[in-house]
Design a binder for this molecule. Structure first.
Ligand code: ZN
Length: 320
């Protein structure tokens, strides 16, 4: 199991000074789990909560116990990192050119627009030289905060796609729980690993970024560096790709708010340029590459409570 690099205080402050809005928009995308957290073949059912109606109960404890979607019309409610999802669809665990990983997590749920996007990208993948998609976490059946991992992925519009092409066969259940994705970042963190990175990696990320429904893609800064270098003159899509901590093994695709979801809170736009200049070089400064260890260990955060989420999430949670 790997742990994600989390930003230390200095790096946060520095980044915040550069662009408070940007930070606000993206900090919530950071999480602690990754494709590298292994799953299990027989997940233990979670014990019932003693006081589920206690307003102090973290919402993740409630949404984390829902194994079926809310049978309502599909809509996303709230913000990517503070919301929920009604009428979710599951991405089938096997398609011609995709397979879902870590089935024990039960996180292959999304707004129909996310399921359609993944099917669209999977169909396109072989034409780009990428054999097919290994899909990691999407959302829980009713979205909402998760007991482990991501701060975002709450409204059915985020999906993690492994930087490992799909093998030419159906993966077994144990493989889907235990197989590791591919680390594409070089050991010095300054670039991609040339032994691992291929033109197909570039192509599949570009294909995702060019999809009109894609709002943003999060990758490790070294990956963004490679994309900037290899993009040539066709650079319009690069601006959607944002460096972020922890995306060494997968890329994270975030879709725009669907038209059927007036309660979906959109994400502020990124700067209009390709992001290959100052913003990118900041990620390779010593302060970011080699952050000083924080002397105070981070406090565990319980995350939002029901009262912190949009009121409609209560109906999503309580639906039969
Ligand atoms: Zn993600």
């Amino acid at each position: 199991m790997m742990t994600m690099k989390t930003p230390n205080g200095a790096a946060w402050r520095d980044l915040g000074r550069r662009s408070a809005l940007l930070l606000l928009a993206i900090c919530l995308a950071s999480g602690t789990a990754s494709a590298q957290d292994k799953g299990t073949l027989d997940p233990e059912p979670l014990p019932a909560l003693a006081k589920p109606n206690d307003p102090a109960t973290p919402a993740k404890e409630l949404f984390g116990r829902k194994s079926e979607p809310a049978p309502m019309a599909a809509r996303t409610i709230g913000f990517y990192a503070k919301g929920c999802l009604a009428g979710a669809l599951a991405l089938p665990i096997n398609g011609a050119t995709w397979q879902v990983m870590r089935l024990s997590r039960n996180r292959n749920w999304g707004h129909p627009s996310l399921v359609q996007f993944l099917e669209r990208l999977a169909a396109q993948a072989p034409k780009t030289g990428w054999h097919g998609l290994l899909v990691g976490d999407m959302s829980q059946p009713r979205g909402g905060p998760m007991l482990t991992g991501h701060a975002s992925h709450q409204v059915g519009l985020d999906a993690d796609i492994w930087l490992t092409p799909m093998p030419d066969r159906e993966l077994t259940r144990p493989e889907r729980e235990e197989m590791s994705a591919t680390m594409v970042v070089a050991e010095d963190r300054k670039d991609v690993d040339p032994q691992v990175w291929t033109p197909a990696h570039f192509n599949v990320i570009k294909a995702a970024a060019q999809d009109p429904k894609v709002q943003r893609i999060f990758v490790n800064a070294a990956i963004k560096k490679a994309l900037c270098r290899e993009a040539g003159s066709d650079r319009g899509w690069l601006g959607k790709v944002q460096p972020w901590w922890g995306h060494d093994y997968h890329f994270h695709v975030r879709l725009v708010c669907p038209s059927d979801s007036p309660e979906c809170t959109p994400q502020p736009a990124r700067p209009a340029d390709d992001g290959c200049g100052k913003e990118l070089s900041h990620w390779f400064t010593d302060a970011v590459l080699h952050p000083k260890p924080d002397p105070t260990p981070p406090k565990p955060r319980p995350g939002p409570r029901m009262a912190d989420l949009p009121p409609a999430c209560r109906q999503v949670l309580m639906a039969p």
